[in-house]
Design a protein around this ligand. Sequence first.
Ligand code: ADP
Ligand code: ZN
Ligand code: ZN
Length: 817
Amino acid sequence: MYFVEVILPLALAKTFTYSVSEAEYHYIQKGMRLAVLFGKSKIYTALAIDLHQNKPTLYEAKEIHQILDEKPIVTENQIKHWQWIASYYMCAIGDVYRGALPSALLLENETLITQKVDVFVDESELTDDEFLIYQALQQQSSLKVQDIIKILNKKSVFPVIQKLIDKNILVLQEEMQETYKPKLVRYIRLHSKYESAEGLNELLAILKNAAKQKEIVLTYFQLSASEKKKPISVKKLVEVSNVTSAVVKTLVDKEIFEEYLLQEDRVNFSGETNKHQLELSEAQQKAFDEIQISFQEKEVCLLHGVTSSGKTEIYIKLIEDYLKTGKQVLYLLPEIALTTQLVTRLQAHFGNKVAVFHSKYNNNERVEVWNQVLQNSEKAQIVIGARSALFLPFSNLGFIIVDEEHEQTFKQVDPAPRYHARDASIVLASFFQAKVLLGSATPSLESYYNATTAKYGLVEIKARYGNVKMPEIVLVDLKDKYFRKRMTGHFSDVLVDEITTALSLGEQVILFQNRRGYSPLLECMTCGHVPQCQQCDVSLTYHKHKNQLRCHYCGYSIAKPTNCHSCSSIDLLTKGFGTEQIQQELVQLFPEAKIGRMDQDTTRGKFGFEKIIDSFKNREIDIMVGTQMLAKGLDFDNVSLVGIMNADNMLYHPDFRAFERSFQTMTQVAGRSGRSEKQGKVIIQTYNPDHNTIQQVTNNDYAGMYKEQLYDRQIYKYPPYFRIIKLTLKHRDFEKLKEGSLWLYQVLSQHLGVPVLGPEEPAINRIRNEYIRTIMIKNPQNVSIMGTKKTIQKILNSFDNVVQYRTIKVALNVDFY
Ligand code: ADP
Ligand code: ZN
Ligand code: ZN
């Protein structure tokens, strides 16, 4: 009797045993996929993780359906890592497997399969089975696995489908096929040999007899004087000087002008070209050396470098070293939106050794990277990705960078596995004796604590690259400004003046408002009624552009009412404000300026974000209004002013990390200002200019923030002193949920020797018609977290056995963020 032990891509904690023939037993290796039948008729892609001869005692082992791979596509280290994640984050191994594999590798009955558009198919190259599927797809737009089983009249269809996917003929339907080409604008500048005064005379001598050309050169000088530092596009030059682009081209051919594309090489606009081989500054070199020394002793090092201190260049030098040893490098980013900027930067150094992996990429692209990593191919020696890149089949990993390590998006919230990519990457690295570098200008309290308690190495850079000064931060007291009537809409006189100045100098401005929409609420002035979402316990947000009220939790929307739904009064007022309203006010205040907006509403679609970033970089936008998306490590070199419209709504979030986050967000947004040469300015509008956190931001006082918050965390029993496990219970029946959560709370507090809080009704207590209760468990450092988790798991099992509570959904979040 021969058996294989498999993981199924379902929320099941157990592994399952299937029977195999002797030949199969010798053929199958751990990490290969098998198609198996589970339940009545569903076929799943299972993963073999063990082979043995122990007959299961509780059930009759079914035979496997078929073997899908010729070689393992998952490594043993991966399986070990997944098991760690499942155990640490208290979720099913099946959840991790499902989350880890690109869905193209997880075919199942329900998957919709379509033909790839615009691909030439040579029918003579297809096998009979392949041809039948192909033909069927000429009749209907998509097929399910079950349809294909019928068409081919056999059960083993997965390999055929896989072959067609490999041949680039089929795709799985949920995929978007669009690929992004950044817009490249052609710009022109004077060749550097003519930059000096002598050079200029020489040039004028050369052009003595070429009137047209001379005119263009003169126009160029005029433009560069009047447009300040703005780059001059070919289009503009042609327009203004009223010649054909052929004349411009002649000047380029003569090497009087140089042409350049803005997206591709990161020229700075003063005219020097980008030198790909950058020299580290003294401070960077020192940090680089210290990191190397730290790695001799410790696995993890925290690089705390102020915004624009040049951390990326240090990463690049470190990567260079690891590449020389043939190791694989993983570069994790919090937000995939940031990759375009980074990929360009890394490709300039490492050419085609850089691969990108993230969930917005289509399946074929993801499978391609998966295979490259599996084969330890040079093409994916450096992988850039968001948190899921952690699940790739590395075999020779040497170095992991977690950039902007403080970002909460590294923690997956839903669905399970609710893992933290930073922490899970440290565990992954330990399997390979690889090193981990955490980088941030505003480290998380947890990481800084680990660094100061010598668990991690700590390297700090306190000055910006090129000794650019940290931005000057000016506080504006909103109470005072409103009282003295110095406000226009939501803009103080100070902010308006500063924007005016920046625009007149040809510099760009960023305005930060951490709410999207026009204004959050519509309130009845007669009865105080505020329209609510029908399915969620939240007020609806007013979106002026569409004249709609919309729920930001479930997307429910209604047209803006003209009368109050409660008392029919027409006296409705919009209250509070979001990005859309700021944008509208800007149009009134600065009619000449080009205004852009970056928030969830304007960055939808696969490359929405990149497009907006590009137009800001290309200076097609003068003022950019945005939400926290703006705070994430973007590097713009012409932004001299950042305005924070209202600091207070960040501070007063009901969350124990609110002050830490406010500090991080404000410091990061402020850090977008003055990143090259000139000192930048930041205006923070607030009702609480004396608030400690605001003062800490103003004084760039990370240490002060850290000390104060750490003290609070100890007093109030939060991380890093206590580990938090949060249970979220959901049910449509309010009473049942209330009872069930009370039962669970009581049993937990009786059996756990650690603080248990709750059951809480969260601020938003109903989403999509499900009521919500939470229970929080706080595990101190001196109590084994493993023990606590075991007890919790046991209690949850009993909870599940209470008939009336069985339908209550419980989600576990370990190290809740
Ligand atoms: P951080 O990630 O620390 O905020 P960046 O790595 O984005 O900072 O660097 C800030 C700016 O300084 C970037 O425009 C970068 O190109 C430039 N820079 C950093 N280091 C160097 C260097 N050694 N030589 C030239 N330019 C550098
Ligand atoms: Zn009313
Ligand atoms: Zn809703």
